[in-house]
Design a protein around this ligand. Structure first.
Ligand code: 5GP
Ligand code: MN
Length: 322
């Protein structure tokens, strides 16, 4: 088993190299995008080149990010560089970009379940967002946090703490957010861009999800289902935070959102109040995440996919609840 590398080791690895491809995970979110672009900016300040690549188009919610226009959407590595940096990505396959595993690689993540697949693996689960690790790295490289980087890094902690709601919202995360405001990030402008500027289709899709809500296990497990036809009809795939509405119901301990992203292919978002480690559950199905917020992908008929997961969670819940 490989052990976690230190920040010094990361700096040593970067030293002789000067051209990178930076990738993160599929379904990119605020932490993966903000961290990747801020890292590219820090590297540029110290004379290193990089290209940020994502395996799909830039999600609408993050198109306004400083530097977003330079992000390349490609399913294969777009340059002939020899080195890759994977940010917030549990394994090569989850990047959604092919070819990364053929390069020398550095892996930066804050999830406990990380495949440690790179030459250098810097993993810090105590960081509320990977963005906090990027700031440490920028510091260690002697790069300054510009106001563009501050906005990107503020987004990482805003989104990965669920707007400072989740259990990772600790003193360090708040101090970091405050520091980014000091460096020029604007909290209300950013909150409006991330959470207050969506197409009407998103609300209709949310309505579909909410009206599918069911509770089982004496109200302790809630789930919602969006069939493929709902995505087709609504013309958006933005389901960010839908699952929180189920999780917020009193008595609900675990909630799930089943998203049929292609016919017979389900991406599942899991949320927990802490009584069940949903990253563990997700890992049994090839996924991962955090103990209270995780995801996985399962193929099959909806009823059997649903029953497999709900039954598994129910039995863990019976063990912890007695
Ligand atoms: P969400 O439900 O918001 O898509 O994801 C919740 C958390 O689980 C995030 O930290 C996300 O990165 C992680 N996650 C979601 N799907 C997967 C997956 O298939 N594999 C891994 N390793 N993590 C996932
Ligand atoms: Mn994350």
């Amino acid at each position: 088993m490989k052990s976690v590398d230190t920040l010094d080791r990361v700096v040593d690895w970067l030293g002789p190299r000067d051209d990178f491809v930076i990738a993160s995970h599929a379904d990119p979110d605020g932490d993966s995008l903000g961290s990747s672009i801020a890292l590219a900016m820090a590297l540029e300040q110290v004379g290193k080149r990089s290209t940020v690549v994502i395996g799909q188009s830039m999600p609408r919610r993050y198109r306004w990010l400083p530097g977003a226009s330079k992000v390349v959407s490609a399913e294969r590595i777009p340059t002939d560089t020899r080195a890759s940096i994977l940010v917030e990505c549990s394994e090569f396959a989850r990047s959604g970009v092919r070819g990364l595993d053929t390069l020398e690689s550095l892996n930066i993540d804050h999830h406990t379940k990380n495949g440690m697949y790179a030459e250098v693996n810097w993993i810090d689960p105590s960081a509320a967002a990977t963005g906090m690790m990027i700031q440490e790295l920028a510091d260690a490289l002697g790069a300054e946090v510009t106001s563009a980087m501050a906005s990107l890094l503020y987004v990482t902690v805003l989104t990965d703490t669920g707007s400072f709601h989740h259990s990772n919202t600790d003193a360090r995360a708040m101090a970091f957010a405050s520091e980014m405001l000091g460096f020029g990030a604007n909290a209300s402008v950013i909150a409006e861009q991330v959470y207050g500027d969506y197409p009407a289709a998103r609300i209709h899709l949310m309505g579909d999800a909410l009206s599918s809500l069911k509770r089982v296990a004496a109200g302790r497990i809630a789930f919602m289902f969006l069939p493929f036809s709902a995505f087709e009809r609504r013309g958006t795939r933005d389901t960010e935070a839908f699952v929180n509405h189920a999780q917020g119901i009193d008595g609900v301990k675990i909630s799930l959102l089943f998203k049929e992203v292609d016919p017979g292919v389900f991406r599942i978002s899991l949320r927990s109040d802490g009584s069940v480690d949903v990253a563990e559950v997700a890992s049994h199905h090839g996924g991962g995440g955090h103990p209270r917020a995780a995801g996985c992908q399962i193929e099959g008929a909806f009823e059997s996919v649903r029953d497999r997961l709900v039954d598994e969670i129910h039995s863990v819940l019976e063990d912890v609840d007695g």
